[in-house]
Ligand binder design. Structure first.
Ligand code: IMP
Length: 427
């Protein structure tokens, strides 16, 4: 049985957590493959409401093995806190495994994330300040500490001293702040290591073996396509790839193992942090969407920027991920609107374009060109069959489907697991 990837198709916060939580019931293995605790996946189920940041949403299905793959950067303190919280709700976490190759977020990463953002002044990216960027930068600079390093204390101490020598020079000489104590960091991380040791494995082998046994494997994306460092609104992006291709690299399986890629889109657009967003609204419609949709960051609490569905960006996202199906979430948030708009093209310096520009300077100049549709103005929260949706809602979905060039398999009409319309079985 091949693997299926669930990917954020916009700027993150599309509702991947809920979709994975639904699909995880049928999966034997769920793997997170990128990002870190900058992600916030809200899951509501019989155990309660959780804002998961690192643990894959599949943890609530008792037969599912959950893996944090090598492509994730792990803040051990956050992970342990999350494990404790999940345990307190009566959920077993002995089925949670961490790749020994996953890089760790160290105290200097979090510190540097804040200092770097402050140094950027008016050009700040609006990062989550969780140390994600500095940790991924260290991974490629070959200055990272990996989960597996915690299992060999002597080698860990030697490597930590060498790296912290360098980090403390930057902290003191570039930013003029106090250095961090390597001994303290060592003691703290040895404690984390002791706690996490039973979970640390070569997880790539575990996934491969599951696939060999014919088990269903779900690859859980974090953030969204338009935050990808290559294809997103660079430099206003995150620092690891949220794309389907990373579902192979960030887990350690071959790309031919991924048979289906489900793109998760909100029925409108949101974004947190800085960077262009062509369909952003600053009027009563955006306030209405924000309040009805509780569009505030799961991790940072920041109000999200809201706007109409951007089908130019959607089509681009569908193409670079190779979506084989789409999930449209939060359709119900649009229930009260009399008219809806979909952005079908951009006007750039007087010319119509139908592609997503690679330059943020160009994207910031793009004026959205809209198509208008009628709203449905009836509640959709209790609808479970596609045919029972109001005609205008079906027309809206059909138009999105056409514009993003991808069939819609799932429509979500509320935050609860059951508030979903399944048109095609994904797993
Ligand atoms: P970082 O990932 O914390 O470095 O932040 C870089 C950019 O990605 C900022 O604009 C963040 O707001 C955004 N970002 C990171 N994680 C998420 C997420 O899970 N949802 C939405 N935006 C995110």
């Amino acid at each position: 049985m091949p693997a299926i990837a669930v990917i954020g198709a916009q700027w993150g916060d599309e509702g991947k957590g809920k979709v994975v939580d639904m699909l995880a019931e049928k999966a034997k293995v769920v793997v997170r493959f990128s990002g870190g605790d900058n992600a916030g996946h809200t899951v509501i189920n019989p155990y309660g409401k959780f804002g998961l940041r690192l643990v894959p949403s599949g943890i609530f299905s008792s037969r599912t093995v959950c893996i944090i793959g090598n492509g994730v950067v792990i803040n051990p303190e956050v992970l342990i806190g999350e494990i404790d919280l999940i345990n307190q709700h009566g959920v077993d976490t002995s089925r949670l495994f961490i790749s020994d190759r996953a890089n760790l977020i160290m105290p200097y990463h979090t510190l540097l994330d804040g200092l770097e953002e402050e140094a950027r002044g008016g050009k700040a990216i609006g990062t989550t300040r969780k140390g994600i960027g500095p940790a991924f930068a260290d991974k490629v600079a070959r200055l990272g500490i990996r989960a597996g390093d915690l299992l060999d204390r002597e080698a860990f101490l030697e490597r930590l001293r060498q790296i912290m020598d360098y980090k403390n020079t930057i902290l003191t000489r570039v930013y003029g702040v106090e250095p961090l104590s390597p001994d303290e960091v060592y003691r703290q991380y040895c404690q984390y290591g002791e706690r996490l040791a039973p979970h640390i494995r070569d997880t790539s082998v575990m996934v491969e073996e599951a696939l060999e046994r014919g088990e269903k494997v779900l690859l859980e994306g974090a953030q969204g396509t338009l935050l990808d460092p290559d294809f997103g609104t660079y430099p206003f992006t995150t620092s690891s790839s949220p794309l389907a291709g990373e579902g192979s690299l960030g887990v350690g399986i071959g790309p031919t193992r991924i048979s289906d890629v489900l793109g998760v889109f909100k029925a409108y657009c949101t974004r947190v942090g800085a960077g262009p967003m062509p369909t952003e609204l600053q009027d009563e419609t955006s306030d209405l969407i924000r309040e009805r949709g509780h569009e505030y960051g799961t991790v940072s609490g920041r109000p999200r920027r809201c706007g109409w569905f951007d089908a130019v960006a959607g089509r681009f996202s569908s193409r670079i991920n190779g979506f084989t199906g789409a999930a449209i979430t939060r359709l119900d948030i649009l229930d009260t609107l009399p008219r809806l708009k979909i952005c079908t093209g951009y006007k750039l310096e007087g010319k119509m374009i139908d592609y997503f520009p690679s330059s943020v300077v160009a994207l910031a100049k793009c004026q959205p060109v809209y198509e208008e549709l009628s709203g449905w103005q009836v509640p959709t929260n209790d609808i479970r069959k596609f045919e029972e949706l109001p005609l205008q809602a079906r027309q809206y979905i059909a138009r999105l489907e056409e514009l993003i060039a991808c069939p819609v398999a799932i429509v979500c009409v509320g935050p609860e697991r059951e508030q979903s319309i399944i048109r095609r079985d994904i797993l």
